[in-house]
Structure formats: structure tokens, C-alpha cells
Ligand binder design. Structure first.
Ligand code: DX5
Ligand code: ZN
Length: 232
């Protein structure tokens, strides 16, 4: 599989700190040492019916970890709010297609501020209308639960969207890291890997484990084995 500069080898595992103890975020970040990316869910109680954390906490977390930070912004008005996450030092900043009528403008601002730019789509949003503009992005996040909460059931019906992206990538028509988010655990990661996912976000599956770092390693092994059986 191809690797973007500074990324890989695939598969990547991105533990979501949404499932961590928010009173001990530095410790919880250290508990997933060996993770490829640290997934941080920013929710504004407008785009989604939940409120989590924002830029000040991301800035503090950046000081206590070397794990590349993957900020998933479930917020309105990303044109205004996304670039500061890149300026702060986030590795990848993902915004929702449903939250902006100018995704390309947002991507350009994020990249200009020094981060990879990601485009997320909700389970009910088709990928086809975004295939052209994905050329302006580095990552494509396919949501496999409704955004807003951790611990939900994996929606396998989104996997054809992963396969569409994978086929375009394999044929050289698109260069993007395919990320999946929601309900990923040891029962669901293989089907996602077989569909062509590069980067797997996992919240409850990692943080409910006695040893979160071991859970990350186990998920990575499982995804690596399954991705050998890519179903294009
Ligand atoms: C949901 C978030 C996810 C969430 C995943 O809106 O975007 O990142 O933390 O949690 P699990 O892995 O528990 O589904
Ligand atoms: Zn997320």
C-alpha cells in the first residue's frame, strides 16, 4: 500500500480520547503509547448534540504527547474554527462536509497552516459528490456511526463508500488516507480493513481494555492481517 510522507506504515490505529477519563487526559494519552495517531473529537453542541472539548485542551495535550494529533471537528463554521487547530500543531484536521459550503477553502486554510486536511462524511452522506474535491484533502473520514457519541454500534452499510475510495486510490486517480470512525473493535475491524481502510479510529474498544496500548497493537495486527484480503 502507498504511504503519504510522514505516515505509515499502514494500517494506522487512532485511539479516540472521547472514551478516556477527561480528568486524566495526559495519563490517558500516555496509556496508548505506540498508537499512530491520537484522535480528538471536538463537538460544539450545534453540529452534533454533544459538547466535548476545544482548542485550549488540544493545545495542552500537544505539549504532553508526541503522538500525531488527529482532530475531528464536529462543529459548525469550520472555516473560522479549523485553522487554529493546525496552527497549534495538530497533525491532521478533519472537518465535516455537511458543516460547510466551502470545504475546499477550509482545506486550503488548514494546509496553509501546516496540517493535513481531512473531510468527514456522516453515515447517510454519499461520497460521490465529494470525489473531485477530495483531491484537495489528505484524509477522508468515513463515519460508521452518527457523530456525537462513542460506544455506538458499527454501521457496516458505509463500507461501500470505503471501497469506492479504495478503488480510486489503487487506480492512481486519488491520493487520500481512508479513515473510519465509530464502532471499531475486534469484531468489526476486519470487514473495514477488507474494504480498504487505512486508519482506524477506536474509542471504547481501546479505553475499555485493561491495557489500552496492547489493545491498539492487537487491533493493528488484526487490521494488517485482514487488509491482505482487500475486496476491491
Ligand atoms: C463519534 C466520534 C468517535 C468516537 C468513536 O462522534 O467521532 O471518534 O469516539 O468511539 P467508539 O470507538 O467508541 O465508537
Ligand atoms: Zn471522531
Amino acid at each position: 500500500m502507498r504511504a503519504a510522507p510522514g505516515v505509515g506504515p499502514y494500517p494506522l490505529i487512532a485511539p479516540s480520547i472521547l472514551a478516556a477519563d477527561f480528568a486524566r487526559l495526559a495519563d490517558e494519552t500516555a496509556a496508548v503509547h505506540g498508537a499512530d495517531w491520537l484522535h480528538v473529537d471536538v463537538m460544539d453542541n450545534h453540529f452534533v448534540p454533544n459538547l466535548t472539548l476545544g482548542l485550549p485542551i488540544v493545545e495542552s495535550l500537544l505539549k504532553v504527547t508526541d503522538i500525531p494529533m488527529d482532530c475531528h471537528l464536529m462543529i459548525e463554521d469550520p472555516k473560522r474554527w479549523a485553522p487554529p487547530y493546525a496552527e497549534a500543531g495538530a497533525y491532521n484536521v478533519t472537518v465535516h462536509a455537511e458543516a460547510t459550503d466551502n470545504p475546499v477553502g477550509v482545506a486550503r486554510d488548514i494546509r496553509a497552516a501546516g496540517a493535513l486536511a481531512g473531510l468527514a462524511i456522516k453515515p447517510g452522506t454519499p461520497v460521490e459528490p465529494y470525489l473531485e474535491i477530495l483531491r484537495e484533502f489528505d484524509t477522508a473520514l468515513i463515519m460508521s456511526v452518527e457523530p456525537g457519541f462513542g460506544g455506538q454500534k458499527f454501521i457496516a452499510e458505509v463500507l461501500p463508500k470505503v471501497a469506492i475510495l479504495r478503488r480510486l486510490i489503487e487506480s492512481g486517480e486519488l491520493t487520500v488516507i481512508v479513515e473510519i470512525d465509530g464502532g471499531i473493535n475486534n469484531d468489526t475491524i476486519e470487514q473495514a480493513a477488507e474494504a480498504g481502510v487505512d486508519c482506524f479510529v477506536a474509542g471504547s474498544a481501546v479505553y475499555s481494555a485493561e491495557d489500552p496500548a496492547a489493545a491498539v497493537a492487537a487491533l493493528r495486527r488484526q487490521a494488517a492481517d485482514a487488509s491482505k484480503h482487500l475486496t476491491l
